[in-house]
Each structure stands twice: as structure tokens, then as C-alpha cells.
Design a protein around this ligand. Structure first.
Ligand SMILES: *[C@@H]1O[C@H](CO)[C@@H](O)[C@H](O)[C@H]1NC(C)=O
Ligand SMILES: *[C@@H]1O[C@H](CO)[C@@H](O)[C@H](O)[C@H]1NC(C)=O
Ligand SMILES: *[C@@H]1O[C@H](CO)[C@@H](O)[C@H](O)[C@H]1NC(C)=O
Ligand SMILES: *[C@@H]1O[C@H](CO)[C@@H](O)[C@H](O)[C@H]1NC(C)=O
Ligand SMILES: *[C@@H]1O[C@H](CO)[C@@H](O)[C@H](O)[C@H]1NC(C)=O
Ligand SMILES: *[C@@H]1O[C@H](CO)[C@@H](O)[C@H](O)[C@H]1NC(C)=O
Ligand SMILES: *[C@@H]1O[C@H](CO)[C@@H](O)[C@H](O)[C@H]1NC(C)=O
Ligand SMILES: *[C@@H]1O[C@H](CO)[C@@H](O)[C@H](O)[C@H]1NC(C)=O
Ligand SMILES: *[C@@H]1O[C@H](CO)[C@@H](O)[C@H](O)[C@H]1NC(C)=O
Ligand SMILES: *[C@@H]1O[C@H](CO)[C@@H](O)[C@H](O)[C@H]1NC(C)=O
Ligand SMILES: *[C@@H]1O[C@H](CO)[C@@H](O)[C@H](O)[C@H]1NC(C)=O
Ligand SMILES: *[C@@H]1O[C@H](CO)[C@@H](O)[C@H](O)[C@H]1NC(C)=O
Length: 413
């Protein structure tokens, strides 16, 4: 079991692609030709005034974000190319480009957010639509090449911080697809897939918040007024980070079901469950179904957190996981505690877990396939039982033989 765990960890480390939040593809077209194309993940952390305090909202650019054809443009003599993606109720992200013929760059980033959206900005004491801008972004690449930056990069836009990751983008395109010619950002050139953390100056500090076992929550995803994903579990997040004193700190945090809302999506071969805890934690689970083998598994997990003790937003994910394997038409169950290693710096402990991401037909779980640990634990009483009944049988046989022998004994005498 230990060896298997170590192997899984190793595979995860090898496959880990940093910061996979939710890659969104955006395209600006003019007639049939594409002039700007971007694949990226974006997370915003926005500070706003609530009734009597200042709060921070965390927003991920959702899959449903779409290019606004009205504001976006491929550029003309008087205007520069502009990509504007709209999402939610009145929120928008804009990237404006310029080129001198040999190099193109992002001139500015704009973020528009709507404080009336109470799901994102609870208790905001304003209902304004706010626009913030960042100039001198430093994203540039030679014309006819794709700018690639898988590492995350954060930009300050007045009241908001914008973090991009898994980014591939090109403007002034000559074809309709991203050029295979990539211009790799500095951060990607200097980091290997699993960047080693800076060596701590002191020994690791023990867990600051002894969490205790988490409460079990019932979560579901509804699409078209029909429940399409079910989950019942206790979750504990384990995050390792370097604090401002360069100390390595472990933060163990329980998900509290009472303060957590669930959302997500259900497609034919993929499903996601997004748990949002009070604007401070966004935890996403992605499940994948192999339609040939009719088996599914947990393929990706990502986390964005802005807990008070974290020096900066923690954002991490991995989209090449292979946990919670089960078959279509069944749920997956594991009563024993399980640790899902997402990255060396981020793992999830699950307690009394049952999930069904596909083939949900009622609000009840379908019959469960249990994890190996549960089966092994169930095996112990069976083995003990079998051993006991074996012992009883042996005693019985010995007694019978003994009785026969003694009978025979009497007769010979
Ligand atoms: C776009 O492509 C379609 C078919 O390929 C063609 O009929 C149409 O004229 C094209 N439109 C433009 C603006 O090039
Ligand atoms: C919050 O309100 C104060 C006072 O009105 C203002 O100075 C500040 O800019 C506001 N902060 C944000 C993030 O809107
Ligand atoms: C909003 O909150 C800030 C700080 O909490 C306060 O200064 C400001 O007056 C409030 N604005 C309104 C319109 O209530
Ligand atoms: C904020 O306002 C609520 C009631 O609106 C009050 O109960 C609470 O004590 C206030 N908090 C602070 C820090 O003033
Ligand atoms: C802002 O959000 C509110 C509430 O969700 C909505 O009614 C309004 O239309 C939005 N404003 C814009 C500009 O989209
Ligand atoms: C375009 O800008 C780049 C970077 O600023 C510079 O190296 C290059 O010489 C410029 N090319 C032209 C044609 O001006
Ligand atoms: C980019 O590619 C197009 C088409 O292949 C070509 O016409 C153009 O000269 C190239 N531009 C540069 C700066 O290499
Ligand atoms: C962003 O840059 C473009 C092109 O340089 C410029 O036209 C636009 O006014 C800028 N937007 C803001 C909000 O500064
Ligand atoms: C933290 O460690 C890094 C690399 O080891 C070093 O460059 C940096 O100066 C240290 N910062 C502090 C505050 O000690
Ligand atoms: C959801 O409902 C809409 C309209 O009622 C329908 O067009 C769509 O196909 C439905 N989607 C699914 C996944 O059932
Ligand atoms: C948290 O993760 C660290 C490093 O992987 C591990 O040493 C520690 O035991 C974990 N703590 C819990 C409560 O799972
Ligand atoms: C789906 O399962 C089949 C049969 O087990 C396998 O051959 C195939 O590679 C799997 N597809 C994916 C995308 O994993």
C-alpha cells in the first residue's frame, strides 16, 4: 500500500501541470478569419466595501465566459485590437493589443465588475459597475508566434488582482490557429514542471489550526432543473506554503458544509463540482468518463484560497489525476479516510465519501463500488470469522475422531 501511494505521488509529481484552474478559449474573428485567440485560466481577487468592512471576493473566469462581439475588434486604422470576454451578470475582462510590425504586446488589461451581483459580492454597499485598468503588462511575443506562459502571473488592477495561468495567446494572427511557434515567458523558462520550493530557513512550523475531522456535507449539481451530480463527503484541505518569514507552513482547513455552496456542470463525458466557501475558498473537482470503457474517475482538482493566514492567494491545481475510479451507473464510495495528493503542496483528505458524477437518474445514489481500503477492512472480519469457524470444525472433527477411537478401544478390550 505504501509503495502504491509513493508511486501515485511520483506519477502525480511527474504529470503535474501547474495551476490548472479552468482553461477558457476565447477567439476574436473578423468574417472567417481569426485575429486574436487566447486559451487561459484567470482568477480575480477583488477588494470591495461591504456594509461595515472591506472584503475580498474571489472569482474564476468561468467556462461560460464568451467573447463580446460588440466590444471586441480585430483593429483598424484608428483602433487597436481588443479582446473582451463577458461573464456572469455584467462582468468583463479586456485585453488590448498593439504591434510595431515585428513584435506584438498587450497594452492594457481591463476588468469590469458589477457590485450588484450579490452572489459574488455579498453585502457590497455599492451597486456600481466598476472598471479597473492595468497598463504596462509585459506580455509580448514576436509576430507569428504564440505567447505561452503556463506559470501563473499576477497583475495589479487598482482594487483587483488578476492571476493568469496556463496561458497561450496570439494576436495579429495570420492563420486561424495558434502558431506552433511558441514564445515562452521567463517564468516558464526558469521553472521545471514541479518547481522546488525555496529552502526554508528554519524547520517547518507545525500545523497552525488543528482542524479535527470535518463535517460531512451533501452537495449536488443541478442542470435543467434536474440533479445530475451527487456528492456526500467530509473534506479537509492540506496546503503547504512559504510565509513572509520564509518558513514552510502547513495549513489544514476543513470545508464547512454550512457555509459552502455547490455549483458545476454536467456534460456527456465530463462533469465538474465547484464548492465555494464564503468567498474565501473555491474548490473544483473535475470528473471524466471514458465512453468506451464506461468507467469514470476524478481527473482534476483545483483550489483558489485567500485564507487570512496566507500571505497571498493560494492557487493550485492538477488536471491529470486518476482517483475515485468507478463505473458508469454506479457511485463511488470510500468510508475510510483517503488522501488525494493533488500537488506536493496541496492534498485533500476525504472522509466518508460517496460521489456519483454520471448517470444520476434520481436524487439517490446508485449502488456503490467501494474503495479497496473499505474492502480490505471488510475482509478482516470475514477472515477472522472464517478462521474461527475453521477452528470450530477442527475441534469438532477431533472430538468425533476421538470418540470413534475410544469406542473402538472399548470393543477391542
Ligand atoms: C466564410 O466561409 C464561407 C464558407 O467557407 C463562405 O461562403 C463565406 O463567403 C466566407 N465569408 C467571408 C466573409 O469570407
Ligand atoms: C471603500 O470606501 C472608502 C470610503 O468611502 C473609500 O475610500 C475606498 O476607496 C473604498 N474601497 C473600495 C475598495 O471601494
Ligand atoms: C461603504 O463602506 C465604506 C467603508 O466601510 C464607508 O466609508 C462608506 O461610507 C460606505 N458607503 C455607503 C454608500 O454606504
Ligand atoms: C457590522 O455590522 C453588524 C450589523 O450590521 C454588527 O453586528 C457588527 O458588530 C459590525 N461589525 C463591526 C466590526 O463593526
Ligand atoms: C449587475 O447585476 C445586477 C444583478 O445581478 C443586474 O440586474 C444588472 O443588470 C447587472 N448590470 C449589468 C451592467 O450587467
Ligand atoms: C518593435 O519593438 C521591439 C521591442 O520594443 C523592438 O526590439 C523592435 O526593434 C521594434 N521593431 C520595429 C520594426 O520597430
Ligand atoms: C507572418 O506570417 C505571414 C503569413 O505567413 C507573413 O505574410 C508575414 O510576413 C509574417 N510576418 C512576420 C513579421 O514574420
Ligand atoms: C488600452 O490601450 C488601448 C490601446 O493602446 C487604448 O486605446 C485604450 O484607451 C486603453 N484603455 C484604457 C482604459 O486605458
Ligand atoms: C526567502 O528565501 C529566498 C530564497 O531562499 C531569498 O531570496 C529571500 O531573500 C528570502 N526572504 C526572506 C524574507 O528571508
Ligand atoms: C436543457 O433544456 C433545454 C431547453 O429546455 C434543452 O434545449 C437542452 O437540450 C437541455 N439540456 C440537457 C442537457 O438536457
Ligand atoms: C499535510 O501535508 C503534509 C505534507 O504532505 C503532511 O506531512 C501532513 O501530515 C499532512 N497533514 C494532514 C493533517 O493531512
Ligand atoms: C478508454 O478505455 C479504453 C478501454 O479500456 C481504452 O483503450 C482507452 O484508451 C480509454 N480512453 C481514454 C481517453 O482514456
Amino acid at each position: 500500500m505504501k509503495i502504491v501511494n509513493a508511486f501515485v505521488t511520483l506519477v502525480v509529481v511527474l504529470l503535474a501541470v501547474s495551476g490548472a484552474i479552468q482553461a477558457v478559449t476565447l477567439e476574436v474573428t473578423d468574417g472567417n478569419s481569426t485575429c486574436i485567440k487566447a486559451e487561459l485560466s484567470a482568477v480575480f481577487s477583488i477588494t470591495y466595501n461591504a456594509s461595515n468592512s472591506t472584503r475580498t471576493a474571489l472569482v474564476t473566469l468561468p467556462d461560460s465566459a464568451s467573447v463580446d462581439p460588440g466590444s471586441s475588434s480585430c483593429g483598424s486604422a484608428g483602433s487597436s485590437p481588443w479582446l473582451v470576454a463577458v461573464f456572469g451578470s455584467g462582468h468583463a475582462l479586456g485585453l488590448s493589443f498593439t504591434s510595431n510590425g515585428s513584435v506584438y504586446s498587450v497594452t492594457n488589461l481591463t476588468l469590469q465588475y458589477n457590485l450588484s451581483d450579490a452572489t459574488v459580492f455579498p453585502e457590497a454597499n455599492s451597486s456600481d459597475v466598476v472598471t479597473v485598468v492595468s497598463a504596462s503588462v509585459g506580455i509580448w511575443a514576436p509576430v507569428n508566434s504564440t505567447y505561452r506562459c503556463l506559470s501563473s502571473a499576477t497583475f495589479r488592477l487598482d482594487t483587483a488582482n488578476l492571476t493568469f495561468s496556463n496561458m497561450r495567446l496570439q494576436a495579429y494572427m495570420s492563420g486561424n490557429d495558434l502558431s506552433p511557434n511558441e514564445s515562452v515567458c521567463l517564468a516558464d523558462q526558469t521553472t521545471t514542471p514541479a518547481p522546488p520550493r525555496p529552502t526554508p530557513s528554519t524547520t517547518p512550523v507545525p500545523v497552525p489550526t488543528p482542524a479535527g475531522p470535518p463535517e460531512r456535507g451533501f452537495y449536488n449539481v443541478t442542470q435543467n432543473n434536474t440533479v445530475c451530480l451527487l456528492a456526500h463527503m467530509g473534506l479537509q484541505l492540506n496546503v503547504t506554503y512559504t510565509d513572509t518569514q520564509n518558513k514552510t507552513v502547513q495549513d489544514v482547513m476543513n470545508i464547512n458544509p454550512d457555509h459552502t455552496s455547490s455549483s458545476g456542470s454536467c456534460e456527456a463525458n465530463s462533469a465538474s463540482l465547484v464548492l465555494t466557501q464564503e468567498q474565501s475558498t473555491i474548490l473544483t473537482f473535475n470528473f471524466t468518463l471514458n465512453s468506451t470503457s464506461k468507467r469514470y474517475h476524478l481527473s482534476g482538482v483545483s483550489l483558489v484560497a485567500n485564507w487570512p493566514d496566507l500571505p497571498a492567494n493560494f492557487s493550485a491545481g492538477n488536471s491529470s489525476l486518476n482517483y475515485l475510479r468507478s463505473s458508469f451507473g454506479h457511485s463511488y464510495m470510500c468510508n475510510a479516510e483517503q488522501t488525494l495528493v493533488v500537488l506536493p503542496t496541496f492534498s485533500i483528505n476525504t472522509f466518508k465519501l460517496q460521489v456519483q458524477p454520471f448517470g444520476v437518474t434520481t436524487t439517490q445514489f446508485a449502488s456503490a463500488e467501494e474503495c479497496q481500503i473499505d474492502q480490505d477492512q471488510m475482509l478482516i472480519p470475514i477472515i477472522v470469522g472464517a478462521a474461527l469457524s475453521g477452528l470450530v470444525l477442527i475441534v469438532l472433527i477431533a472430538y468425533l475422531i476421538g470418540r470413534k477411537r475410544s469406542h473402538a478401544g472399548y470393543q477391542t478390550i
